[in-house]
Ligand binder design. Sequence first.
Ligand SMILES: C[S@@+](CC[C@H](N)C(=O)[O-])C[C@H]1O[C@@H](n2cnc3c(N)ncnc32)[C@H](O)[C@@H]1O
Length: 309
Amino acid sequence: MKKKISKTNLYPKWQETANRWQVFPAPLRPTLNECQIYKEMIEKVLKGKKKPKILLLGATPEIRDMLFTQTILRGARIYLLDISPVMIKAMSEILGFKNPKEKPVIGNWLNMSFKDKTFDVVLGDVVLENVPRERKEDFLKEIKRVLKDEGYFISRFQFVTPDLKNFKIEKSLKKYSRFYLQGKINFKQLVMFVESDLWRSSYYKGDGASSLASYEKDLRHFRNSTKNPLYKLVIDKLLDYFKFVLKNKWYLFEKNKLDKFLRKHFSVRSIKYPNDHYFAKVCPIYLLKKIYFLDNKILSFKIKDDGIR
Ligand SMILES: C[S@@+](CC[C@H](N)C(=O)[O-])C[C@H]1O[C@@H](n2cnc3c(N)ncnc32)[C@H](O)[C@@H]1O
């Protein structure tokens, strides 16, 4: 029997994310170089196509701005799919361009209202991580269902690395505070870099879900024991933020597990790492081609390689 998942786990309140979106540093929000990688991948797979249909999972404004060029170049029609009207509205307000060929749809990625084989490309920035472990397979199947047989799924994934098993809050505070004091990052980035370490390392603390809840006690304890005023300030900011996101959960993989899982449904055509942020090594962008079956044979293995590597 399928385990029941609480609605709050699947659809946390995104208002706080929407409020903070424009100050999010990488890896929470796609960078210029990441958008460039997305653009190059899209251009390769859509070459020669007229009026392609693209589905964006989520409402990421940076990606929508990047996709606008596809509407101009080849009349691409863009569909957005997000469960949260709050996010769609908030993200639409910070768009660089309003695309007349963009259609927002409110709905669930796990049960899409689109017909089979509708899209040439499905795109999503760090979306698999939003889906609980026990539904990830359904999620990939649903993406494949709505993709045309020759379709592609392009997505940035974030993975965890075993060194996070030895994670200590004080180590993270010390490392990023040094960057801050050297003037390499600002205070908001300092808070969010520590936050990012907390999210990713919490994977190794509990049931495989990344959640800030497992750190609340540790942070309070450290806040009371440290004499460093900068550390206190960072922790106060984090605890303040925790009020909004404590119930949120992320479900990450280690890289080898991620690859194995993706290869069950897609052929991996390219993996590109960005070059413009601190966490670049743990969030590459994948170009994935749908594997489809006909007469019980896997046809995409017979198809001539299109040279995208
Ligand atoms: C962390 S936020 C933003 C991340 C994503 N990179 C983006 O830019 O949209 C996650 C977004 O995914 C949406 N979302 C999460 N799970 C979903 C699901 N099962 N179906 C539809 N939208 C979902 C949320 O409503 C939210 O807008």
